[in-house]
Design a binder for this molecule. Structure first.
Ligand code: GLU
Length: 415
């Protein structure tokens, strides 16, 4: 993987968008820097009795459109610039699906795969104590992201409630359903992406019941994407992978079997009746739909020319570099850009916030129907913009999202 600073990518993307939209330099300057950020050091007692100091961040990128929203990642390679980039993408994501929210992101440098449940709980609670003043149901509402789970959200909500001395279910989303989570939040990121793929297939004339799919990454988003591609479309999942490698089977891989394999052996590599392949091979596979569902920077200038999928549906944040974007566009590959494709997660998080404010839970059918409306309308507005301006799908998504943010900044008198 190339080492690319994701925040440099964000700034390049904003410059390109500013050029297309003829933005005023003062507007561009605001869009290129986070409004505020907090850096914290957290001592945590480990199981062996020692104390380790973890570094963490929370970035509020832009709050023009409302309460800031965005997940918290626990990752060994986390950096402040990754968090800034992810926070910026949250601003565009919320604006694109027209949620009345701003964008934020949090991160902790740690390796959850090497930590016990007790250590993770103490770290999660320490994080909330450190950022307590910075978050809140009417200020900034975190959620899960890479390597953070509904259980971690529950501990964080509890810690925040203990400090506030009152129940504060609305401080965080992605909670388990029994403590104020929303039904349908678990697979919302993948499901939102499915609605985009369904619409893209209509536009491109692809019959999804005969389509082949490759999934890069097999965490929450990747597994649910594989499952829903089969359940909603009858598509065939021919390849899956995770950080340790991949599995291929021409006649199709059962998503649940791959999930069980990953749960018991910590990788999808050895799924029964499949051939072992490398993760990189998945990106270059001749399939109808390629779903990057892991981390940023996997489709680069080096391998983009070898991508043969007809649709690239980015469930991960930032999987494609700007250089790769140009190559995919020239090669006629239909990219559903990250902050459109994976907006289902934050959309159902927003539904969860609404349900928490009103103390009134919705049904799963309500959640799916409202999510479908948001995603379908956002997808078509991006395709239409891409055609109107003759720009790629990511630039089109930027134009739609940024015009909403700029309109509010102007109304508020910031520019
Ligand atoms: N972490 C998810 C994302 O990148 C969800 C954020 C949220 O629900 O606030 O969109």
């Amino acid at each position: 993987m190339e080492s690319i600073n994701p925040f440099d990518i964000v700034k390049q993307q904003i410059d390109k968008c500013a050029e297309i939209m003829h933005l005023d330099p003062s507007v561009t300057a605001i869009l290129k820097s986070p409004v505020r950020e907090l850096h914290v050091s957290m001592p945590v007692r480990m199981d062996d009795g020692s104390v380790r100091v973890f570094q963490g961040f929370r970035v509020h990128y832009n709050d023009a459109r409302g309460i800031t929203k965005g997940g918290i990642r626990f990752h060994p390679d986390e950096t402040i610039d990754t968090v800034r980039a992810l926070a910026a993408w949250m601003v565009w994501k919320c604006a694109l699906v027209d949620l009345p929210l701003g964008g934020a992101k949090g991160g902790v440098i740690c390796n959850p795969k090497e930590m016990s449940a007790g250590e993770l709980e103490r770290l999660s609670r320490a994080y909330v104590r450190s950022v307590f003043q910075f978050i809140g149901p009417e200020k900034d509402v975190p959620a899960p992201d890479v390597y953070t789970t509904p259980q971690i959200m529950a501990w964080m909500m509890d810690e925040y409630s203990v400090i506030s001395q009152k129940p504060q279910f609305g401080v965080i989303t992605g909670k388990p359903v029994s403590i104020g989570g929303s039904v349908g939040r678990g697979d919302a990121t993948a499901r939102g992406g499915m609605y985009c793929i369904r619409e893209a297939a209509k536009v491109l004339g692809i019959d999804l019941s005969k389509a082949t799919v490759a999934v890069y990454g097999y965490g929450n988003a990747g597994y649910n994407a594989a499952r829903l591609c089969r359940d909603l479309f009858g598509a065939r999942i021919v390849a899956v992978c995770d950080s340790k490698g991949g599995a291929f089977c021409e006649t199709g891989i059962d998503p649940e079997t791959a999930y069980r394999c990953k749960s018991s052996t910590s990788t999808v590599c050895g799924v029964r009746d499949t051939d072992r392949i490398s993760s990189d091979e998945i990106l270059e596979m001749d399939v109808d739909v390629l779903i990057p569902a892991a981390i940023e920077g996997v489709i680069t200038g080096k391998n983009a020319g070898k991508v043969r999928a007809r649709i690239v549906a980015e469930l991960a944040n930032g999987p494609t570099t700007p250089e790769a974007d140009d190559i995919l566009f020239q090669n006629g590959i239909h990219v559903i850009p990250d902050f459109l494709c994976n907006a289902g997660g934050v959309t159902v998080s927003y539904f969860e916030m609404v349900q928490n404010f009103y103390l009134y839970p919705w049904t799963e059918a309500d959640v799916h129907e409202r999510l479908d409306k948001k995603m379908t309308s956002a997808y078509h507005s991006v395709v239409n913009t891409s055609r109107e301006y003759e720009i790629n799908m990511r630039q089109a998504a930027y134009v739609r999202a940024v015009e909403r943010v700029v309109e509010v900044m102007k109304l508020r008198g910031w520019v």
